[in-house]
Design a protein around this ligand. Structure first.
Ligand SMILES: *[C@@H]1O[C@H](CO)[C@@H](O)[C@H](O)[C@H]1NC(C)=O
Length: 217
């Protein structure tokens, strides 16, 4: 596959400023514990440890839109997602995301939104999850915090992502793994609650903006 030079240099820049995932239990400053609008984060599946991922590879079935997978690779810059307000809304950089809030996630490198719709997923028989080149309500996901006492989406805390239009949950499973050209990457689909796959995720390493940005960045 042809990879433009600009892509390679951007990839290097981003991975260089990520928190090193292999360093032992890095301490997180209090003001960076909340997941906020404008942050670019990696989203990890709690059970299989894979990261939500996309790339310029379309589905060969279903909608034919850009595929979304989950990868076991930790340091892949194609696993960064920008936290944004729901379709038709805006939120300020550094604004915290309450549990139950609806957001969009934009794939940083390809600028497409995490999306779902009534197309069948390639393997597990769920609804297809794609990266969509536009914006509509099919890009909206509600953050459900697993900790019922939590008020905000916190870094490294368990959440589920519920697709607003279909009430299905973002899911992946080590049962459904792609071969070439993306060997080892797991299917990501949307399923009813607890029906199929692992549906608990958390925001991990990334570029976080604190609630009050005190200086121009
Ligand atoms: C759940 O959230 C509450 C409120 O933020 C917090 O005090 C508590 O430690 C959390 N529990 C777990 C298991 O993370």
């Amino acid at each position: 596959m042809h990879i433009p030079t600009s892509f390679v240099s951007l990839a290097f820049l981003v991975s260089a400023i990520l928190v090193n995932p292999s360093s032992a239990a890095p301490e997180i400053d209090e003001e960076f514990q909340k997941v906020t609008c404008g942050s670019s984060v990696k989203i990890s599946n709690e059970k299989s440890g894979v990261r939500l991922h996309s790339h310029s590879i379309p589905y060969g079935s279903g909608s034919g839109q850009q595929s979304v997978t989950a990868t076991p690779t930790k340091d892949d810059p194609n696993s960064l997602w920008l936290v944004m307000a729901q379709d038709g809304h805006t939120c300020n950089r550094g604004e915290s995301v309450p549990c139950g809030a609806t957001i969009r996630l934009k794939h940083v490198n390809t600028k497409k939104h995490l999306h779902s719709h009534h197309h069948s997923s390639p393997m597990s028989g769920g609804l297809e999850v794609s990266a969509y080149d536009g914006s509509d309500s099919g890009d909206d996901w509600t953050i459900e915090c697993v900790n019922k006492s939590a008020k905000f989406w916190m870094r490294e805390s368990d959440i589920r992502l519920k697709h607003v239009n279909t009430d299905r949950y973002l899911s992946t499973s080590s049962q459904f793994v792609f071969g070439n050209p993306i060997p080892g990457q797991q299917e990501v689909a949307a399923h009813s609650l607890n029906q199929q796959g692992d549906q608990t995720w958390s925001a991990q390493e990334g570029i976080y903006f604190a609630e009050e940005v005190k200086q121009e960045l």
